[in-house]
Write a protein that binds this ligand. Structure first.
Ligand code: SF4
Ligand code: SF4
Length: 187
């Protein structure tokens, strides 16, 4: 009897707590925020320093995509001819059929130019069979949104900064070790 009353009290307490602060959301009116490392659809990044895409259209990602859902082409970069960009080639056309993408992230892994990211975009269903064939401007828009929302830093810039910090730490350790060794020899 006592246990039944205890159980009833617990149920009532949980119900009142749930009414005060619901644990569910009214999706899609209230979208659930994704975790920082969430992998949504792939998108192309924008180089704000030069004001052009990072993508050169080199097609490495396309050759490695297991579902062959991407296509691209490159062109001579007019900004390179004007001396404003170090990229001799730039993407001319890019398309991903997101209906066929399995979100594996291989395209991001193999890209040498920081040009593609797994964005946080995941709500892109359509009623058309080919409704999720996304072109270059749309992929760049998704990428820019991701860069803005996550304060994205190109992975090669991060890796360079990490290596420089490690080299500096090693050099400082070596400098500290030299006087200690000299003092030991003097003893
Ligand atoms: S996203 Fe990267 S790997 Fe793919 S075409 Fe562009 S530069 Fe090349
Ligand atoms: S995430 Fe995987 S399947 Fe999707 S475009 Fe990239 S390589 Fe292809």
């Amino acid at each position: 009897m006592l246990n039944s009353v205890k159980g009833m009290m617990l149920t009532l307490a949980s119900t009142f707590q749930g009414l005060k602060k619901p644990v569910t959301r009214e999706y899609p009116k209230q979208p659930t925020p994704v975790q920082p490392r969430f992998m949504g659809f792939p998108a192309l990044t924008w180089d704000n320093d030069v004001d052009e895409p990072f993508c050169t259209g080199c097609m490495v990602c396309i050759r490695n995509c297991p579902t062959q859902c991407m296509s691209a082409s490159m062109m001579d970069n007019p900004l390179n001819e004007e001396g404003k960009s170090h990229r001799r080639k730039i993407v001319d056309y890019f398309e991903i059929n997101l209906n066929r993408c399995i979100l594996c992230g291989i395209c991001v892994e193999v890209c040498n130019f920081d040009a593609i990211v797994m964005s946080h975009e995941h709500e892109m269903s359509t009623y058309e069979r080919n409704g999720d064939r996304v072109d270059l401007p749309a992929l760049l828009d998704i990428g820019k949104k991701y860069q803005r929302e996550t304060a994205w830093i190109p992975p090669t810039v991060l890796a360079k900064a990490k290596k420089e910090a490690e080299d500096a730490a090693r050099a400082a350790a070596a400098e500290n070790a030299e006087p200690a060794a000299a003092a030991q020899e003097a003893d």
